[in-house]
Design a protein around this ligand. Structure first.
Ligand code: ZN
Length: 76
């Protein structure tokens, strides 16, 4: 369970979307929202899809007071 308040200043955290910075050829960076995900450190790319095996998503929360961003592992 992710926390709802900032560990530094105890302000209420706001959920945020991480803005894409990977598709610079498609109209510049920051044009799309991406759902960040993570894989195991020793994960190898799939032979068929060329993608890493996805273990879960990453969800961000922002403290509007101090600007701290916390990242939490979410469901697949
Ligand atoms: Zn804070």
């Amino acid at each position: 369970m992710s926390r709802t308040t900032c560990p530094d200043c105890n302000e209420e955290l706001q959920p945020i979307k991480i803005i894409d910075a990977t598709l610079r050829s498609a109209g510049g960076s920051g044009h799309g929202h991406v759902e960040l995900s993570y894989s195991a450190v020793d994960a190898e790319r799939s032979l068929f899809m060329g993608a890493f095996k996805r273990e879960g998503t990453i969800q961000g929360k922002l403290c509007p007071k101090c600007g701290r961003i916390l990242l939490y592992a979410g469901p697949k």
